[in-house]
Design a protein around this ligand. Structure first.
Ligand code: FES
Length: 330
């Protein structure tokens, strides 16, 4: 399923970077067991670019890594706020933030991007684990615009895993916390779908099995897929890094060899080219490119099975090629 506003073929390759801003790690607090709130303030005190509920920033870390994180309301124009979960197997960006990300650290953020936008009208929000973060912003936006019909269902395995509860408390009984260990069962997604107003859009963010189950429940109940928006933080498949094929950039005629161990995006970057990305794991749709010749090896969660079969578009951050040559509209 396409996420939010994804659906255009982007396909712009440039040598220039997107507008980024320096920020300082202003405050660190805990928002639940293993979840930390990072408050990032503009170094020059000027307002940071505005954003809407569901948006991400990409946070560039001091170790050369960049990671996307959902924005939380901060109450200040010069401040972004993100919540990040530490896991036992945290690697890369998350580990760096928890071990080296001290107050005063200088970081860089991208302009906000939104592939999970909140539409007008009734809404039912479903969050699992740290997937609650974009939904906290959506809940605040729904409350702010006076939306009468909305609910938030928040599922965690254990109560001590629930984050941001103090921020959700102000929404009263619109927010329902489900603790698997206490209920003895997983969140009943079929019931949530059945009880949702027919005109409500469903917004969900969480682990892949929860999102798949919600989509199945919604489709089984006769809902149009277009009324369900999901945001993934887990890849649905490993990236295609087998390499051994050539990518032709049709607009310039440039031919790029993609060696084993890298993706098309990696090969572009190695050649000094860049294109827009956010998640870099096949979840957001921002790197979508039209395929003019060849057969992609799809690894994303953005295109529907029919679109993947059609083969006229692909996500170059994670998908590869099943043919020796792939001609892209780049
Ligand atoms: S950057 Fe998100 S799908 Fe490729």
């Amino acid at each position: 399923m396409r996420l939010g506003g994804a659906g255009t073929i982007h396909g712009t390759v440039t040598a220039a970077a997107d507008a980024h801003r320096p920020v300082r790690l202003h405050r660190l607090t805990w928002a639940g067991d293993d979840v930390r709130l990072f408050e990032l303030r503009a170094t020059d005190g000027a307002p940071l670019p505005s954003w809407e509920a569901g948006a991400h920033i990409e946070l560039e870390l001091g170790n050369g890594l960049a990671r996307p994180y959902s924005l939380l309301p901060s109450g200040r124009a010069d401040t972004y706020r993100v919540a990040i979960k530490r896991a036992a197997d945290s690697t890369g960006g998350t580990r760096w933030l928890f071990t080296r990300g001290q107050v005063g650290a200088l970081l860089t953020v991208s302009a906000p991007r939104n592939t999970f936008p909140l539409q007008e009208g009734p809404a039912v929000l479903v969050g699992g684990g740290i997937g609650i973060t974009p939904l906290v912003s959506m809940a605040a936006a729904l409350e702010g615009r006076g939306e009468r019909s909305w609910r938030l269902h928040y599922a965690v395995a254990r109560r001590d895993q629930a984050a941001l509860l103090d921020e959700l408390a102000r929404h009263g009984d619109r927010v329902r916390l489900h603790v698997d260990a206490e209920a003895g069962s997983l969140l009943d997604l079929r019931r949530i779908v059945a009880e949702s107003p027919p005109d409500a859009r469903l917004y969900a963010c969480g682990p892949n099995p929860m999102l798949a189950a919600l989509e199945q429940a919604a489709v089984a109940a006769g809902r149009d897929r277009a009324t369900i928006a999901v945001e993934r933080f887990d890849p649905v498949a490993d990236a295609a890094t087998g390499g051994g094929y050539t990518v032709v950039l049709a607009r310039s005629g440039t031919r790029l060899w993609v060696p084993p161990g890298t993706t098309i995006l990696g090969a572009l970057r190695k050649a000094g080219l860049s294109t827009q990305t956010i998640c870099e794991r096949g979840a957001c749709g921002v790197c979508e490119v039209a395929v003019l010749e060849g057969t992609p090896d799809h690894r994303d969660a953005v295109l529907s099975p029919e679109e993947q079969e059609d083969g006229t578009a692909m996500m170059i951050c994670c998908s590869g090629s099943l043919t020796p040559e792939l001609v892209l509209d780049l």
